[in-house]
Structure formats: C-alpha cells, structure tokens
Design a binder for this molecule. Structure first.
Ligand code: ATP
Ligand code: MG
Length: 429
C-alpha cells in the first residue's frame, strides 16, 4: 500500500458530524451582522509580507515567529494572513472606500499562524472579524461591544464570558508612559525573565502581558497606563464606560490588558472565559486610529474586533444547542422498482413546492428493515414510505420518527399527497 499523506499539523478537517455546529454558528453570525446593518467584505488569503510587518509590528509574536511566509515563483515574499485587520485596511485603501466615508464591515474565514498546536490553538483557525472606519466616538466602540454581548445572549453563553476593558491612550501618551514604565522595569531588571529583558528594549508594554508567575507581583506594582492617559483618551474611556453602564453590560477594567499587536490606541477589550483552560480569550478588539494612515491611506479613525470560531464552538459544545442543528424534515423510503421511480418524482415535487424543505432519499433500495435503519440514522422527523400498496391507492405512508409524538396520535398513518405537502409545510415552519 502507498504511504498515506497526512494533513499539516495544526490544520484540521471539519468532518460531516462537526459541520452542523459550524453552519449553525456561521448563520447566527451572519444574522447578527445583518441586524446591525454591517456589510461583508472578502479579501485574499495571501498578501505581501510587508503588509503584515508594517501593520502588526516587527516585534510582535505574530511577525517574529508565527507567520507562514514564503517566496512565490517570482521571488516575491508572500504571507498567509495571520489576521484580517491589515488586509481589510489594505483593501479599503486600495479600493477607495474609506475616504470621507463610514464603513461597517465584517469578514469570516481561515487565518494562519505557526504556533504550537494544542486545544484552542491551531495553525489554521477561523475568525469572524468586524472593522468600522470613519467613526471616532466611544458610541461605536459601545456598539461593537453590544454586538458581541448580544451574540452571547443568543447562544446562551452570557454566564460563561466576561468583558475586560482597558485604554491604551493616544500614541503620544503611550510614549510618555513607556518612559515611566521602562524606568520602573530597569529598576527591577533582576526580576525579568529572558523574554522580558529582550522586550525591555523593543516593546516594554508587552512585559505587562507576561504570564510568568515569578514576575506577577512586580507587574502588579508597575505604574499603570490608566494613570498616565491624556485628557482626550480619559474622556473617551469614561464615556464608553458610561454607555456600557446604561446598557447593563458588565465589564472589568484590566489595566494589564495591552493586546499583542502594535496598532491599537485608546479602547481595547477582550471577552474571556474560564471554561476553556489556558486558551480563554474568545474575542479581542479595540481602536486602531493610526493604522489606515500608517498603511498609506488618509487619516481615518477605526475600531474592530476578531473572534475565534474554534474556541466559540468549543464553548457551545458544552451547552445544549445541538437540538437546533439542521436535520432533514423527512426521509423517503422506496420499496421496489415502481416505488423508486415514483418516490424520486414525489420528493422533487415536494422540493419544488417547499423552498426550505430538507428531504433525505434512501437510495440503493434494500429491505424495509435496512431502509428503516438508514431512516433512523438520518434523524429526520418523519419517514415517507412508498410501496406498491401505496401507489395503487394514491397515498403515502407516514411514520413519525420522533419520540416526542403525543401518545394519543397515531405513530403511523396513510396520507394523500396534498396532506403530505401540508404536513411538511408545517414542519418547515
Ligand atoms: P492568544 O492570546 O490566545 O494567542 P491573540 O491575542 O494572539 O490570542 P488575536 O490575534 O487577538 O489573538 O485573535 C483574536 C481571536 O482569535 C483570539 O481571541 C482567539 O479566539 C482566536 N485565535 C487567535 N489565535 C488562534 C489560534 N492559533 N488558534 C485558534 N484561535 C485563535
Ligand atoms: Mg497569539
């Protein structure tokens, strides 16, 4: 036998028994986007490497060690997108849809990062991303948070997640804070691990993000960016908090929340859960007012978030949503040659009449018993059975497959074609 070729580590197949959960969540997300009147944008999965280097920042985890970068046949350096914001901004600038306009955009699809694969952390994973351009107030920041809070509500996850909030200030206030923080860290240099010593020169704010237990007390006592904010950022943040208070959305101010990417300013937030172990961040976002200009566009305010779909689905698996996943309304059993002919025509007719009906045909014939086995497996609500008897009498035998059928109603009955159509119309809803 020939060697089997395996998939790439950390890049998963989504198998037939998993795809109903994906479809369920994707549909919910599309509906959520519609209900806020956001528009979908689609851009390529591969971009020039320089785009990510310039936007995400040279000294970030993503650019330093996680990107899938390669040379194409022309010797150009290309990268599989590790996130969507940079490409979304690139597409917006290039197509002239950001200048003097407001855009509220979303996208959904695979992202690629060369990380150590583990539960909740993959090399190909999926995100929905939302980006808003041309609005600078805290009201739009609040809208994005509302949108995510509504999703948790719809999915019954509100009790599983908490919102963490911080402000990174304007770039100017951050420069001033960086000097204060660097002084403090230098005074505590003996406590810094190797990673942090390196970051002390390149990106000291990221040291606050460290999970090293030995450094926690030192980090806890460090000067806080929140105490060094400029007035504009302070007002922005307190107005955002006031919006959330009046909307009844609870949050925790986490002054250590700095986010991994360079491009954030003012508002940053994360939705976290304690139900997924170490990979607890489901959704992360914030304001990135400087990025459009940094990538060659006109100065344009922007804010957005990205949500990891694998982590979201893991959380859902712990809830009882399975009952909402799509199953066929009906399964068609055809006994004998004549019934096979008539049955195919019958189900075509039903599909013509009922736009959203889902019918599974048991193909390949076989005994009643073996067809019934397949019918049960399909998890359909009803079985439609056609044989010579039914054809002679112009009826269809309907068998109710769900256990929750009321006891005083027949488990099986013969219906005319019109009655079958009406029954299915009711099931389709
Ligand atoms: P983490 O701290 O977990 O590495 P991050 O800050 O790198 O996350 P972002 O770049 O903000 O993550 O991406 C937004 C969301 O995408 C994350 O909150 C997470 O849900 C998801 N995500 C990020 N990286 C991965 C991955 N390798 N596998 C699965 N999901 C991921
Ligand atoms: Mg990461």
């Amino acid at each position: 036998m020939a060697d089997k070729i395996q998939s790439i580590r950390g890049m998963n197949d989504i198998l037939p028994d998993e795809s109903p959960a994906w479809q369920f969540i994707e549909e919910k997300l599309r509906h959520l986007m519609q209900s806020y009147d956001y528009d979908e944008i689609r851009f390529p999965i591969v971009e020039k490497t320089a785009l990510f280097k310039r936007s995400i920042g040279e000294v970030t985890d993503i650019v330093e060690k996680e990107m899938y970068t390669f040379e194409d046949r022309n010797g150009d350096s290309l990268t599989l997108r590790p996130e969507g914001t940079a490409a979304c901004v690139r597409a917006g600038i290039q197509n002239g849809i950001l200048v003097n306009q407001q855009q509220r955009l979303w996208y959904m699809g695979p992202m690629f990062r060369h990380e150590r694969p583990q539960k909740g952390r993959y090399r190909q994973f999926h995100q929905i991303g939302v980006e808003v351009f041309g609005l600078d107030g805290p009201d739009i920041d609040a809208e994005l948070i509302c949108m995510t809070a509504r999703l948790w509500q719809t999915l019954g996850l509100s009790d599983s997640v908490t919102l963490q909030l911080n402000s990174l200030g304007t770039p100017e206030s951050r420069v001033a804070y960086r000097a204060v923080l660097t002084d403090y860290l230098q005074a505590n240099e003996a406590l810094l691990d190797k990673d942090s010593l390196r970051r002390l020169q390149t990106n000291p704010l990221r040291i606050l993000d460290s999970k090293n237990p030995a450094m926690q007390a030192m980090i806890e006592a460090a000067p806080k960016l929140m105490d060094h904010l400029d007035d504009e950022s302070k007002v922005h943040f307190s107005r955002l908090c006031a919006y959330l208070d009046s909307l009844g959305i609870a949050y925790e101010i986490n002054t250590r929340l700095v986010r991994g990417l360079d491009y954030y300013s003012k508002t940053v937030f994360e939705w976290v859960t304690d139900k997924l172990g170490a990979q607890g961040t489901i959704c992360a976002g914030g304001r990135y007012d400087g990025l459009v200009k940094q990538l060659g566009g006109r100065d344009t305010r922007a804010v957005g978030f990205a949500m990891g779909l694998e982590r979201l689905i893991s959380l859902l698996e712990q809830s009882k949503l399975e009952q909402h996943f799509k199953k066929p309304h009906a399964v068609m059993l055809m006994m004998g040659e004549r019934a096979q002919n008539a049955g195919l025509a019958l189900t075509e007719q039903l599909r013509n009449q009922l736009e959203n009906v889902r019918i599974f045909n048991v193909c390949g014939g076989g005994s009643f018993k073996s067809q019934m086995k397949r019918a049960d497996k399909s998890q359909a609500e009803i079985a439609l059975i056609l044989g010579d008897d039914e054809l002679d009498n112009d009826v269809v035998t309907v068998k109710y497959l769900r256990a929750d059928r009321e006891a005083d109603k027949p488990q099986q009955e013969q219906l005319t074609m019109q009655q079958v159509t009406d029954l299915l119309a009711e099931l389709v809803g």
